[in-house]
Write a protein that binds this ligand. Sequence first.
Ligand code: GLY
Ligand code: MN
Ligand code: MN
Length: 440
Amino acid sequence: MNRLMPMKEFANRRQQLISHMAPDSIAIIPAAPERVRNRDVLHPFRQDSDFYYLTGFNEPDAVLALIPGREHGEAVLFCREKDPLKELWDGFLVGPEAAVSDYGMDDAFPIGDIDDILPGLIEGRSRVYYPLGKDRDFDTRIMEWVKVIRSKVRSGAHPPGEFIALEHVLHDLRLYKSAAEIKVMARAGEISAEAHCNAMRRARRGGFEYHLEAELLHTFMTHGARSAAYPSIVGGGANACILHYIDNNAPLKDGDLVLIDAGCELECYAADITRTFPVSGRFSGPQKALYEVVLAAQYAAIDTVRPGNHWNNPHEAALRVLSQGLLDLGLLKGSLDQVLETEAYKPFYMHRTGHWLGMDVHDVGDYKVGDAWRELEPGMVMTVEPGLYVAPGNTDVDPQWRGIGIRIEDDVVVTREGHRVLTDGVPKTIKGIEALMAEA
Ligand code: GLY
Ligand code: MN
Ligand code: MN
């Protein structure tokens, strides 16, 4: 295995989770299923983030059981058996033996034996943690295993009485990234930044939006990131105003901006970068004016990312700068307080300024504790992504602004001293973008 994440990291996480579990409990976490794309063709396999977080094990048809204090070992994996014929057709399988020797499991069994073995591991444990309600089939299987134990109560078996959503504990652990995780995320950010630079260079030759998407994927894969973390958004002209535009099939036009929101996935960690730049390599006057507002909002928002501030501070900072900018340019009328109070900015800025980032692009972790916004703490990773979007049909504003969509997004980790931007390998100032594109 050639990967950035050391194996001991996964063992540490299992230990951490176990230390948060009740002593008489068991956690049961399934791998992601394979999904059919069409007939005999499967979608590329993507492991379940929770399962991968705890195992580093990248096969379907597997279940992890964590059993605090179990005499014969606390971490038990059920997985596919070695099978030379199957491996000849479909590729390498780890198998139970190597799950112990290479993946640090205490015990491992063939997945085919799970119905015989798992009820015995659950028996006597009063609580079961599992991803409750996430997958109906798995909910049913849990209840079937419990039923096996219930059928034996007259012989003295103790079925569990409590079922607890695993994510309460696990997702809070996932929110705080370790040094090893930051390293992988920084590498994902670096690769993605290079991909954006290459797409900017490619844009001057024109063509279609998907030509830029191809450039992104080429750079991701060249560096061993085998897929994008989410479908890349490449929106030229007014397509930039469609927040989740993924058709990517329109021609690139000289004079238009193009918005790219794309990041690679590396070892199940996402990068998430947006840049907006002119196809021609030079911003027009109105494009420049709106762009400077978004950039100032992004700087102001990033500036608030530090321990002690709370989750909503970057959003509040961005809203102030964006709203003032819209007033200054005449797209809105009134005072700043009025605009903020009445949310008059909403036709131009309708999304939030970021989200947690990690193994899922919109990562897990609570944004509020009770009624209060969550305080930022070292190890949390978030995106900062303000934007302005002027709908092409917005007749309330001067025609020069219509159809311009701009977003600027970076990935930011909270550090003890403040923050670190993981995605600064791609320019975002007008000068920096125009200089890079002039090289092409
Ligand atoms: N790329 C998805 C997002 O920016 O939230
Ligand atoms: Mn994002
Ligand atoms: Mn994004």
